[in-house]
Design a protein. Structure first.
Length: 263
């Protein structure tokens, strides 16, 4: 018994040491692991997420993928080491390895969803104000003024646009905005505006059409959220009640029946 406990303690110590090594791995090792144990599509996907979120200078996608590979690999190795001595600890390390492999990508995907949701919320306001300010001046000046009236992710994108307008022509800066934002309606707006500029069409009419569509989509989205809330409010109590029955009430009745059957 004592020997088994000592063996388990030693195996857990080795597993913990492997995880610490993975956490403190040298940066060059992490980058090499990211290039070696990830596909080109995964690296490109992570790089695109970081670029659109404005974090490409802060974090290298290969560093994220390298840490994922090292941490997940060492956790799985720790689970394999502990497996002969303790199945519970082995399962814990294997599950940790799976989570360490999945979580970085899920985190970036979640951040991307929040970014796009922020763009959807502010986009109707941007189009409406752009239409109003473009009447008083040209589209170039309207873009500069509108960025002070919006907030969040859209303001960040328009701030970058304003900086690029100092260097690039308006069509190039708008094209960069569409690629960087990665938001379909905004990319469509940019495409139509660029076409209107090239063909000398009425930009105000284009913006008016987009403003109506943007507000309709926003209203429909809010309606869908409102419709979902009663369903959730009905499902959550039902699930909680069923859980209480399974965890407490059923075991209590089963215990009473067992005692009665013993007489």
């Amino acid at each position: 018994m004592i020997t088994d406990m000592v063996s388990v303690c030693l195996l857990v110590a080795v597993a913990a040491f492997l995880l610490i090594v993975a956490w403190k791995a040298p940066p060059d090792l992490v980058l090499r692991a990211g290039r070696r144990f990830s596909s080109a599509s995964a690296r490109e996907r992570f790089r695109l997420y970081l670029w659109r979120q404005g974090r490409e200078q802060e974090v290298d996608p290969e560093a994220i993928l390298g840490f994922r590979a090292i941490a997940a690999g060492t956790a799985v190795l720790a689970g394999v080491i502990v497996w002969p001595a303790n199945l519970f600890l082995a399962s814990f390390f294997l599950a940790a390895g799976g989570l360490l492999y999945v979580l970085p990508g899920k985190y970036l995907e979640r951040q991307e969803e929040r970014r796009l949701k922020d763009l959807r919320r502010e986009f109707p306001t941007m189009v409406t104000l752009l239409k109003v300010f473009s009447r008083a001046g040209d589209l170039y000046q309207a873009m500069r003024v509108v960025r002070g009236a919006v907030r969040g992710e859209l303001k960040r994108q328009l701030d970058i646009l304003a900086a690029e307008l100092e260097v690039f022509p308006l069509p190039d800066a708008l094209d960069n905005l569409a690629k960087r934002a990665g938001y379909g309606p905004l990319a469509n707006l940019v495409g139509v505006v660029l076409m209107a500029i090239q063909t000398s069409a009425d930009v105000e009419e284009v913006l008016d059409t987009f403003a109506r569509h943007a507000y309709d989509e926003r209203v429909n989205e809010i309606r869908r959220e409102i419709k979902v809330q009663p369903i959730l409010m009905a499902v959550i109590p039902a699930v909680m009640s069923l859980s209480l029955l399974l965890l407490f009430v059923f075991p209590m009745y089963a215990s009473i029946i067992d005692r009665l059957s013993a007489f």
